[in-house]
Design a binder for this molecule. Structure first.
Ligand code: NAD
Length: 443
């Protein structure tokens, strides 16, 4: 949305009114575009190799929305994405390599962030500071401190920030949660979240010259500097602590979030994790099999079973959630919802209109379309977000606590207001990361 006459009038009148009451929103000072119900939403996507394409496809299916910029630090990926865009969108968005310059562009209303995770919160904060709404891939942060910053920034700038846990926009899951609230399974007491894959070894990385097409300095951005190795970019950064957050964030964020929603809970009382790295001797820095329990008051609990590598359990779907109640059980996936009675008899099943991918690494499908539509409705019509950052960051916090409990090797007791660990000062040192000089996000 450009500064059209209508928007200029809206901005001027609102700006004047706010001066009178002495509450000038920071958005007007930084040139946020105010959008009406029929206005076009101009988007930019940061990180366009894999998940960024799912964003592009979902934006393309919306009414009156446009992708004006692609942002990526790898020329080879940009070139490939331009070809993809021409074929799948019918046009090629402009290109900007440097996110700091991207946010300065006045034409952009919303920024979609599908970069590696060390960049998530810093990018989202920069975007908000420039007056842009944000679709931020899960996990929203690389460390708990960034959660706090994101929530504070959203409050300060008043923009819409949707996390990319798209199952919050699944019609079948929304229905299941509503049924649970209405007592269909009695008292919901346990949420079981799981994910199974048989990922391979990432090997032992060799230091090699940075490919000419890659801006390694910009790729690293807020993260402390490391020499380039051949097993980091793309994708395998997920398994290195300097940039990634491991499987509990990569896939657990989705299912743990659904359990928390079903149980109507926020932060737990305690967190216990067991697990290890069993299958390959390689550079992978997290556990590759993990079992976490989040304990809540009244003996409610959520369990996470993360099986990244090793043989997949026969006949078990790759991911899902089961919610246990005193009178019944609900099984959920991205694409369906099934209700069973306590005898195991199927009482009801509901399927999504279109299928979303579950265990591939892009996760594309109908849920993205719904989730993006929800963001756009929130931007245009002030409708509520399905995964607004204040709540979504709690699910990300559960995943941070899972990693912290695994590192601690003991049950962590949690302050349920702040998420801070009460009984282990060592793991609290990981509340905030170390940033590269000059890159620490601040609001
Ligand atoms: N919601 C979902 O279902 C879902 C599915 C897949 C991935 N994801 C998330 O999406 C994110 C991206 O995952 P991916 O699999 O596409 O990773 P990827 O490594 O394949 O792609 C990341 C892209 O970001 C680019 N990039 C790095 N630094 C950048 C910068 N400073 N500015 C712009 N671009 C930059 C890289 O060059 C690369 O093209 C991850 O956080 C992941 O957890 C979410």
């Amino acid at each position: 949305m450009k500064n059209t006459r209508r928007n200029f009038i809206k901005k001027t009148s609102l700006g004047t009114a706010s001066v009178v009451v002495g509450a000038l929103s920071p958005n007007f000072m930084i040139g946020r575009n105010i959008l009406g119900a029929n206005d076009r939403i101009n988007c930019a996507i940061a990180g366009v190799r894999s998940r960024g394409k799912a964003h592009a496809a979902a934006i393309h299916l919306q009414k009156n929305a446009n992708i004006v910029y692609s942002c990526d630090v790898d020329d080879e990926i940009i070139e490939e994405h331009n070809l993809w865009s021409k074929k799948n969108l019918g046009y090629i968005p402009k290109v900007e390599k440097d996110f700091r310059k991207l946010v300065e562009n006045k034409d952009i209303d919303a920024i979609f962030i599908a970069s590696p995770e060390h960049w998530h919160a810093p990018m989202a904060i920069m975007a908000m500071q420039a007056g842009k709404h944000v679709y931020l891939e899960k996990p929203c942060s690389h460390n708990p401190h960034e959660n706090d910053l994101l929530v504070a920034a959203q409050k300060k700038y008043g923009l819409k920030v949707q996390m990319g846990n798209q199952q919050r926009s699944a019609v079948t899951t929304i229905q299941a949660i509503s049924d649970i609230r209405n007592g269909i399974i009695g008292e919901a007491y346990k949420g079981e979240a799981y994910y199974s894959n048989n990922r391979g070894s990432i090997g032992i990385g060799k230091e090699i010259p940075v490919p000419e097409t890659l801006d390694w300095e910009l790729w690293q951005g807020p993260a402390p500097r490391k020499n380039y190795k051949d097993n980091i970019h793309p994708y395998n950064w997920h398994w290195f602590r300097n940039w990634g957050t491991g499987e509990v964030h990569n896939n657990g964020t989705h299912e743990i979030d659904i359990c928390r929603w079903a149980l109507n809970e926020e932060l737990p009382e305690s967190v216990t994790s067991v697990g290890g790295k069993y299958t390959f001797q390689d550079d992978w820095e997290f556990v590759d099999n993990q079992q976490v329990t989040f304990q809540y008051p009244k003996n409610k609990f959520i369990s996470w079973t993360g099986h990244s590598r090793g043989l997949i359990q026969p006949k078990r779907p790759g991911r899902g959630v089961t919610i246990y109640g005193s009178k019944g059980v609900i099984q959920l996936d991205r694409n369906f919802y099934k209700l069973f009675d306590l005898g195991g008899n199927l009482i009801k099943s509901v399927f999504e209109n279109a299928v979303s991918q579950t265990t591939d690494t892009r996760g594309q499908g109908q849920l993205d379309v719904n989730h993006v539509e929800n963001l756009f409705n929130a931007i245009r019509e002030e409708k509520s977000l399905n995964a607004e950052i204040k709540d979504a960051s709690i699910s990300t916090m559960l995943c941070h606590l899972a990693n912290m409990a695994q590192d601690a090797g003991e049950t962590l007791h949690i302050d349920r207001k702040s998420g801070k660990v009460l009984n282990n000062a060592m793991v609290m040192k990981n509340w905030k990361r170390e940033y590269a000089m000059g890159w620490e996000p601040k609001i």
